[in-house]
Design a protein around this ligand. Structure first.
Ligand SMILES: Cc1cc2nc3c(=O)[nH]c(=O)nc-3n(C[C@H](O)[C@H](O)[C@H](O)COP(=O)(O)O)c2cc1C
Length: 206
């Protein structure tokens, strides 16, 4: 069965908007899914020692949860990362994961050919959503993944799941009441699952 792993990149332990949208994306698939809250894992900073390049190993991985996360990702056919906008980029806890996952790239592109989708949520209507998506998509490209976006109505839906706490009128809501963000997340989940399924089918045929 196809396996899709979602990583929620919010440091919040509960009531995370991005985690909610990620759950909607995963529920929209008929795959075997796993939602990982990055904040529940102990991830040390990358120290820039370059051991992953020279020795194909990360010394920090002997002391934290990075090997557990790597194992989950290696098993996945597709990966969705959801991140809140923090100063128009990803939160530090997620960036630590991104930097430390360099070892997976150096060890023969272990995430190569996995289908990838990105989701985001921000406080403001114009709060850096597109930049966060761009950061995540470029990360996935660097890992050799296959980046996809949401494909829905060309006149209603954007290319990725995103939204904001701030409404058009300037009042406030949570992602639970943000219909377009929920729809965008569902469309992204469906698209990721569809393409991962097609790749899996073609591998079976080969
Ligand atoms: C440190 C920090 C920086 C933030 N920076 C931005 C920002 O640049 N633009 C924005 O619109 N919202 C910003 N926000 C608001 C979050 O993006 C917003 O609360 C989001 O819904 C959080 O998602 P979460 O509930 O999944 O953690 C920031 C919040 C924090 C805590």
């Amino acid at each position: 069965m196809m396996r899709i792993v979602g990583i929620s990149g919010s440091p919040k332990k509960e009531k995370s908007n991005t985690q909610f949208l990620l759950s909607k994306a995963l529920e929209a698939t008929s795959a075997d899914t796993r939602l990982i809250n990055i904040s529940e894992y102990d991830i040390r900073h990358c120290t820039g020692c370059d051991s992953c390049v020279r020795k194909k190993t990360c010394p920090e991985s002997a002391h934290d949860d990075m090997p557990k996360l790597e194992e989950e990702l290696r098993k996945a056919d597709a990966i969705i990362i959801a991140a809140p906008s923090y100063f128009t980029s990803v939160p530090g806890v997620l960036k630590d994961f991104i930097d430390r996952s360099r070892a997976m790239k150096m060890l023969d592109h272990q995430l190569k050919d996995k289908v990838f989708g990105a989701l985001t949520y921000a406080g403001l209507r114009y709060g850096g959503q597109e930049h966060v998506i761009d950061v995540l998509n470029r990360y996935a490209l660097g890992q050799g993944m296959i980046v996809v976006g949401a494909v829905g109505s060309p006149v209603k839906h954007g290319t990725f799941g995103s939204g904001s706490l701030q409404t058009d009128e300037g009042s406030w809501r949570s992602a639970l009441n943000d219909e377009l963000a929920i729809k965008g997340s569902i469309l992204l989940g469906e698209r990721v699952a569809y393409l991962a399924g097609r790749i899996k089918d073609s591998e079976v045929r080969m």
